[in-house]
Design a binder for this molecule. Structure first.
Ligand SMILES: Cc1ncc(COP(=O)(O)O)c(C=O)c1O
Ligand SMILES: Nc1ccccc1C(=O)C[C@H](N)C(=O)O
Length: 423
């Protein structure tokens, strides 16, 4: 049996432990929701305040040049590139994940159909995050294509002659299941299909190597594991083989080859700048850069490989402690045990009371979240483990609180059964 002392000893030996000091974590809070909104980097308030008072307040329009605002999508993009196996100059940080998905999926469909006119299907998983499915539905309608949704295990078998694009999220938001990006991409390419990856739950959470996987297009989120703050801008990458071929459907002036020539005719920028649209949200980019810098602080300590080792140790420990200490309470496991198939979260299932149990945990200072089940799965209690700031003692304490909530039955109290707008 693992004890609290064992967990403390693991924290004592953790080479990444000092990184926690880069964040503001409210005392007495165990924050297991970094897969929805990451915690605040300590540097952020001062840096954002400086951007407001000096760069905006004093520098005004001059700051686009003098404070480096204009290059921010590329500068931050280069920082993201290192985390996802992309090269400098290949990523821009801009807009939202949903908007970037619209742009890349539209571009991918056009590239695929230009090369092979008989292809008019987008394949995705029924369990994909809904925004991805909604965007794909809208685009398919617009471009006269069809969206085929398949079960997770049927993806490779669905690569038929009429498929243009496979659109997948690498780590499933509801189960934490991780795709082998390289194997799936290879199978798709062998069938003549381009692949769009959503890295919302991957970037900063698991090692990603877009070039090694030979991926085509990727997008991802800034406010989860990259700790960029609420509504932080997202990122977008495209393989250089598509570089001069793709059309950006939201071709605003920031995607123009020379925006400040103000010509009436559109000429797309070369390379990834083509994925920008309009004026960038500078203050949000400033906050996100603080989050990216905390990720970069892990580089000298072993970077993503070390973060991955810790993440797997944390999720292994959580699974083991829940099974040891909360047995008999009807909890199941939706997350794969196999390390090769697991992201950085653990999802427990329960046929009754999952939402109320999460609410009771939040009242005790353990923040996870609830995701409703579907035809194949009961409701889910979801716990994200961001290795930059979660420790082994946190895992122990979270399971202790879960045990107490279940043993006492306090989750059955009426106040825990009220649903708010955001779960
Ligand atoms: C896989 C995935 N894609 C996209 C999103 C969200 O996109 P947006 O930031 O545009 O709301 C989320 C979570 O919100 C997600 O889990
Ligand atoms: N953007 C949000 C705003 C409010 C609450 C949650 C989110 C999420 O990101 C949810 C997340 N994508 C999920 O995997 O469920």
């Amino acid at each position: 049996m693992t004890t609290l002392e064992d967990c403390r000893a693991l924290d004592g030996q953790d080479p990444l432990r000092a990184l926690r000091e880069l964040f503001t974590i409210p005392p007495e809070l165990i924050y297991l929701d970094g897969n929805s909104l990451g915690v605040m980097p300590k540097a952020a308030p001062e840096r954002v305040a400086r951007a407001v008072t000096e760069e905006w307040g004093v520098g005004l329009i001059r700051s686009w040049n003098s404070a480096g605002w204009y290059e921010m999508p590329q500068r931050l993009g280069d920082k993201v590139a290192g985390l996802i196996g992309a090269r400098a100059g290949e990523v821009v940080v801009t807009d939202t994940t949903s908007i970037n998905l619209y742009k890349v999926l539209s571009a991918a469909l056009k590239v695929a159909r230009r090369h092979s006119t008989g292809r008019s299907v987008v394949v995705s998983e029924r369990s994909n995050f809904p925004t991805d499915l909604y965007i794909a539905q809208a685009l398919c309608k617009e471009q006269g294509c069809e969206l085929h949704l398949v079960e997770d295990e049927d993806v490779e078998a669905a690569m038929a002659d009429d498929v243009a694009v496979l659109m997948l999220t690498q780590v499933n938001y509801r189960t934490g299941a991780l795709h082998d990006m390289r194997a799936v991409t290879q199978a798709a390419h062998a069938a003549g299909v381009l692949v769009v990856w959503d890295l919302a739950h991957s970037a900063g959470a698991v090692p990603v190597d877009l070039h090694q996987a030979d991926a085509d297009f990727a997008i991802g989120c800034g406010y989860k594991y990259l700790n960029g703050g609420p509504g932080a801008p997202a990122f977008v990458w495209v393989h250089s083989r598509h570089r001069d071929e793709f059309e950006q459907p939201l071709a605003g002036w920031w995607s123009h080859a020379a925006p400040f020539e103000f010509t009436p005719d559109y000429r797309p920028a070369a390379g990834i700048a083509r994925y920008l649209c309009g004026t960038q949200p500078v203050l949000s980019l400033v906050a996100l850069e603080c989050g990216l810098d905390t990720m970069l602080a892990a580089e000298p300590l072993g970077g993503m490989a070390a973060l991955r080792r810790k993440s797997l140790a944390l999720t292994d420990l959580f699974i083991r402690l829940v099974e040891e200490r909360c047995a008999g309470h009807g909890l199941g496991l939706a997350t794969p045990r196999d390390h090769g198939r697991r992201g950085s979260q653990v999802c427990l299932t329960r046929s009754e009371g999952a939402h109320a149990i999460v609410q009771a945990l939040i009242a005790r200072g353990v923040i996870g979240d609830f995701r409703a089940g579907d035809a194949r799965q009961p409701d889910i209690l979801r716990f994200g483990f961001t290795p930059l700031y979660i420790g082994f003692e946190d895992v122990w304490n979270a399971v202790e609180q879960l045990k107490q909530v279940l043993d006492s039955g306090e989750w059955q109290r009426p106040e825990f059964h009220q649903k708010q707008a955001v779960t």
